[in-house]
Design a protein around this ligand. Structure first.
Ligand code: FAS
Ligand code: PHB
Length: 390
């Protein structure tokens, strides 16, 4: 086994791992990222599209905001639609804006910056395992090209997503996970067609939710609700467009431009929060610790906030003679923020999706949507939560 030593080992090169790595590079804190997949595979994932102000600030602070500032689209609000009604949620109510800029580009910007700074990422590593993280001498093992490696370190950052190894390495009596699975998912399409609107719309339709979103003025991202367990093999672009057009409000159908799919995917909607987010010298961030339905545009933003907060703890430790203060409060601080984002994602999902065939549920949703339409206070609450609580 080939051995080496560093200060921090980051497991996972998704947005959380890459942002943490970028901050550590800037601070001169020695580290390595160990990633299961290839760089192309990571870049091939099409996921989130909306960045909250704290995420935009963090990316700028990390020195990777230039293309985002040039190409990102300012989002000053969004529309909730139902039947032939709609209400605009104006982010001006809380003096904030969001930015439409795809996760794929965020990941690419972080990867490019890391390469330029000489950051080390071990892609296509297998059998990655964290060890002795309940001691002051943790280490990580992995295999690559038939060779075995051991890296001793001070800290392990679990940035390996919901299906990663770090959370699963914690003894079951030291972790408590809260799970909630919705009985539906989202079918998504990415297409080089002009978007219906430059504002994202959440639409409550009697046959299920749909969303109009975008990546640019020429690239659209659309979703609609499908039953849990739906097989993406049952769908192609033509079938997607037919159902999507059927559910679109009449006021929007004339603006729908269809075309071939660049990508299609199917995402089950569920929430899961693991507590705590720290286990001795190992810290979980992003999807490794929590997942949410994408309805609230929170997943990516939560991951970036965790990575920034963990960096602040690591910076204090290395700059202030081993002060563990911010590392000791990482889990409580993060979970306080995480639970509020999980709640908002759960609430937005319950407001906008077909929850069952019981007509009472839809009447409750319509009543809430009509209340939101008449109440600036309700609209302000939504704007405050969507744009990211300070
Ligand atoms: P990620 O899962 O992005 O990255 C984890 C990394 O760890 C991956 O590269 C993985 O290959 C690697 N890894 C896994 N196991 C490993 C191991 N054993 N060893 C080493 N590396 C390992 N969020 C939104 O805000 N809006 C959306 O519309 C949205 N849509 C989504 C659609 C889908 C299909 C999915 C799955 C998620 C979506 N999300 C969305 C949430 C998503 O954006 C995540 O919140 C975000 O990617 C979280 O980033 P990370 O925590 O870095 O985890
Ligand atoms: C997207 O643009 O992909 C998107 C936007 C808002 C969401 C989810 C996804 O809540």
């Amino acid at each position: 086994m080939e051995t080496s030593r560093t200060q921090v080992v980051i497991i996972g090169a998704g947005p959380a791992g890459l942002l943490l790595g970028q901050f550590l590079l800037q601070q001169g804190i020695d580290h390595i990222i160990i990633e299961l997949r290839s760089a192309d595979y990571v870049l091939g994932r099409v996921r989130a599209g909306v960045l909250e102000e704290p995420t935009v600030r963090a990316l700028r602070e990390a020195g990777v905001g230039e293309r985002m500032d040039r190409e990102g689209l300012k989002m000053s609000g969004f529309n909730l639609m139902w039947n032939d009604r709609q209400v605009h949620i104006n982010f001006g109510l809380v003096n904030k804006v969001a930015t439409v800029y795809g996760q794929t580009k965020v990941t690419e910007d972080l990867m490019d910056a890391r390469k330029a700074k000489g950051g080390i990422t071990e892609y296509e590593a297998s059998n990655v395992q964290p060890h002795d993280f309940d001691t002051s001498r943790p280490w990580v093992s992995y295999e690559k090209e038939g060779r075995q490696f051991r890296i001793d370190c001070d800290f392990i950052a679990g940035c390996d997503g919901h299906h990663g190894v770090t959370r699963k390495s914690v003894p079951s009596d030291q972790i408590k996970t809260f799970d909630y699975a919705f009985p539906f998912g989202w079918l998504a399409i990415l297409a080089d067609v002009p978007p219906i609107s430059e504002e994202v719309a959440w639409i409550n339709h009697t046959d299920g939710f749909l969303m109009c979103s975008l990546r640019s003025k020429t690239r659209s991202r659309y979703y609609f609700q499908v039953p849990k367990g739906e097989d993406i093999k049952n769908w192609n672009a033509d079938l997607f467009w037919t159902e999507y057009r059927r559910r679109l409000p009449a006021s929007l159908t004339d603006r729908l431009v269809t075309g071939p799919a660049l990508e299609m995917s199917l995402t089950p909607l569920s929430s899961s929060v693991s507590t705590p987010m720290r286990f001795g010298r190992m810290f979980l961030t992003g999807d490794a610790a929590h997942i949410v339905p994408p309805t609230g545009a929170k997943g990516l933003n939560m991951a970036m906030a965790d990575a920034k907060r963990l960096f602040e703890g690591l910076r204090q430790f290395y700059n202030d003679g081993g002060d563990m203060g911010l590392l000791n409060t990482y889990s409580d601080d993060s979970l306080s923020r995480v639970w509020k984002a999980v709640r908002f994602s759960w609430w937005m999902t319950n407001l906008s999706h077909k929850l069952s065939d019981n007509p009472f549920n839809r009447e409750m949703q319509i009543a809430e949507l009509e209340y939101i339409a008449q109440s600036v206070a309700a609209q302000t609450t939504i704007a405050e939560n969507f744009c990211g609580l300070d």
